[in-house]
Write a protein that binds this ligand. Sequence first.
Ligand code: FAD
Length: 492
Amino acid sequence: MPDENVNAGNRAPDCDVVVVGAGFAGIYALWTARKRGYSVRGFEAGSDVGGTWYWNAYPGARCDVDSYSYAYFFDNEVVRDWDWSDICARQPEIQNYLSFVADRCDVKPLITFDTRVTASTYDESAGLWTVSTSGGEEVVCRYLVLAVGALSEPKAPDIEGVDDFQGEKYFTSMWPKDREVDLSGKRVGVIGTGSSGVQAIPEIAKVASEVVVFQRTANFVMPTCGGPMDPDHVAMLREDPQAIREGMRANYGGTRPIAMGPRFAELDEAGREKALQEAWDGGYMMTAFYDAHLPEANEAISEFVRKRMHEQVEDPWTANQIVPWDHPYGGKRPCMSDVYLQTYNQPHVRLVALKETPIERITVDGITTSAEHVPLDVIVFATGFDALTGPVRSMNIKGIGGAVMADVWADGPVNYLGTMVHGFPNLFLPSSAMSPSVLSNMATLAEQQVDFVFDTVDELERRQASGCIRSMNRRSSGPRKPCATPSACRGH
Ligand code: FAD
């Protein structure tokens, strides 16, 4: 393989900042860079903005954080001019929202779409990054923001014969956007029962003639608590978006403060049952019990959820398989759906438990397990992502002394505050490994991390200007022109 890494040499920078990725973090990073007076370019592998919500266009895809929390708050106009229809918005609505914000901020013209960044090399003597793209471009910049997401590198299924299958194959993480996928009347196999599988399976079952779900690990599945927006609530949110934003940032989950449940240990038997039922009905999250992490409360919560799940599935064997016995509630992010469990009560839907009967191989016409051959017209892979580090490791990033990021992270990611990596100066990761990322509402996190990144960049600039640190090459030394709002920034 030819070495794609290119050194800046004596080249002057083409721009101050390059932002890779155009999801929640990338859109906001492009806007912030320009607002703070930096010249900036963006690169995005997809054909449009949206990131996660561009790629994961599978049927049933939706967020599991309420829509007015899973949104930007950096600009009051943006908050007030967008109407969410559902408490937990579906993929098309979130994708449209991100496109709306990108248009409002006028950042789309800054982005080169359908273009993957393949390599980035730091030139120590010049203090510059050279970014190489799949389009053959080499862009020299001073700061590199890798807004490449935590869940953007699909995980290739490690199953023998996967390329032999002659039917249709789809990945939830790369659902086709150029055409309707018609599964009506087809025999569909779905591999994977994480969040994407749980959302997609009920929709697929609406049209397919037969659905066979191949489950490796059972997960907790909770009600979504979705539904139409309450107009009074929306009006309240729009009154003072900045106050809401501060509240979300102060909350560990990055959402508007959630109603907390009682302290479980202090309740009697009847009080516990009542509190658990209230939480299940949407009064608060199960993890909102003050002592949800302690064994006594956690075991009771886990048992309660298992029971509620079990009673929704009619077939006893399926119910036993679908309930997670092997991990406690909250040990993994629970999946959310109001219709997933009942889907198995339909005669044309069945589960294959891979812990009992593992897949041996995929063949030309279906999937063979240790117990049977399942003939299929379509396989849907809901097999998830090479999470967190995958999108960074897939680029050839070389820092000081030619150190390769993938090698530096060979034994696991190392970084400062989840955002900067020693030996890779002026490179920032707003939503990568060891940032609060998936532990929090990632929309809030994107704003917070990007603000932190550009506060750091501003500080570096200040120190360079005052001679505190060595000056780096600049494209222009003219005065910076900060703009206050997205509209003021347009065309700047
Ligand atoms: P992304 O949205 O992943 O965007 C990264 C972009 O970078 C992608 O468009 C990708 O194409 C691009 N990219 C990557 N590498 C390159 C490269 N080398 N060159 C060019 N472009 C590149 N989080 C929540 O908080 N709440 C939820 O309810 C929720 N639901 C989710 C549902 C699904 C199905 C999935 C997959 C994730 C969900 N998440 C949720 C997590 C979600 O990823 C984040 O909320 C958020 O969208 C991440 O935004 P981002 O900008 O950091 O990254």
